[in-house]
Design a protein around this ligand. Structure first.
Ligand code: NAD
Length: 286
């Protein structure tokens, strides 16, 4: 049996179509949704991500602005920039591209908490995290939200399934837990201290790998027929990206699997566009 390949391109196109329609409605009411991305320093991967976000905004009719601060920008400069954007009515979404340079990395949480929760399109502000955990999600982190949306669009049932997540980060693992639980999956979260990992992952009907370890999940760790969502993005050579899952072996046993590249990464940007629309509506009180 070879798994169904869940192509990010197909699902992201559908998510972007929904966002495009919502943007058109807002524009018809005289509101142009706007996203501002703040990038600090010159991390090449971050520059690619920011360019993709900018391009996708333009494609959908969202006003996009990039504020580039130098590598040696101080925490206060960044906070001042956020304050200015919080007060700007034309800016509906604010996103600080991570990772921050080493010199200000320790202030990451303080910086993210400075963003107006209604403009927090990454969904990382404790207010939005709290909304998610208490069952009234508003602005939800884009990558896990994109994974759920893809499962829905692919017609994959979540209710009553055993789901296992590898990774407990604030960006992927933890929000994924709450999203899957809200959809009535029975969820287990694994992390670097889980032993033995394979015993847990083999129970999964839906396995989400978000650990940042190239090709770590092998066929022996997967239940036959399972749905595999590979969130990992690992650069193993200048032009070679792989996921956390050993795609070649696992696709022979899984029921469905996302590829890397061309899988979850594309959904993240598409969901960001939906979050910009949602943020604009929230600010308009809709
Ligand atoms: P992170 O480093 O913050 O967290 C990694 C998690 O994996 C930790 O909770 C850790 O406990 C767990 N882990 C590490 N080694 C493990 C092991 N041997 N066994 C079990 N658990 C282990 O990473 P993150 O920010 O959550 O990102 C995870 C991966 O997803 C990375 O490759 C990242 O590049 C990718 N990512 C992709 C997207 C996307 O758009 N597709 C978005 C965010 C992150």
């Amino acid at each position: 049996m070879t798994a169904r390949i869940l192509e990010g391109k197909e699902f992201s196109a559908r998510i972007k179509d929904e966002a495009r329609e919502a943007v058109e409605q807002l524009r018809a009411d005289g509101v142009i949704p706007g996203l501002t991305v703040i990038i600090v320093g010159e991390n090449p991967a971050s520059q690619v991500y920011v360019r993709n976000k900018h391009k996708t905004c333009e494609e959908l009719g969202i006003r996009s602005e990039v504020v580039a601060l130098p590598e040696d920008a101080t925490k206060d400069q960044l906070l001042e920039t956020i304050d200015r954007l919080n007060a700007d009515q034309n800016v509906h979404g604010i996103l600080v591209q991570l990772p921050l340079p080493t010199a200000i990395k320790a202030h990451e949480q303080e910086i993210l908490e400075r963003i107006d929760p209604l403009k927090d399109v990454d969904g990382f502000h404790p207010f939005n995290v709290g909304k998610l955990v208490t069952g009234s999600p508003t602005l939800v982190p884009c990558t896990p939200a994109g994974c759920i949306k893809m499962l829905d669009l692919a017609g994959i049932e979540i209710d009553g399934k055993r789901a296992v997540i590898i990774g407990r980060s604030n960006i992927v693992g933890k929000p994924m837990l709450h999203l899957l639980m809200a959809r009535h999956a029975t969820v287990t979260v694994c992390h670097s201290h889980t032993k033995p990992l394979g015993d847990v992952t083999r129970e999964a009907d839906i396995l989400v790998a978000a650990m940042g370890k190239p090709k770590f999940v092998t066929a022996e760790m997967v239940k036959p027929g399972a749905v595999i969502v590979d969130v990992g993005i690992n650069r193993i050579a200048p032009k070679k990206l792989v996921g956390d899952v050993d795609f070649e072996s696992v696709k022979e046993i899984a029921g469905a699997i996302t590829p890397v590249p061309g899988g979850v990464g594309l959904l993240t940007v598409a969901m960001l566009m939906q979050n910009v629309v949602r943020a604009a509506r929230l600010q308009l009180g809709r």
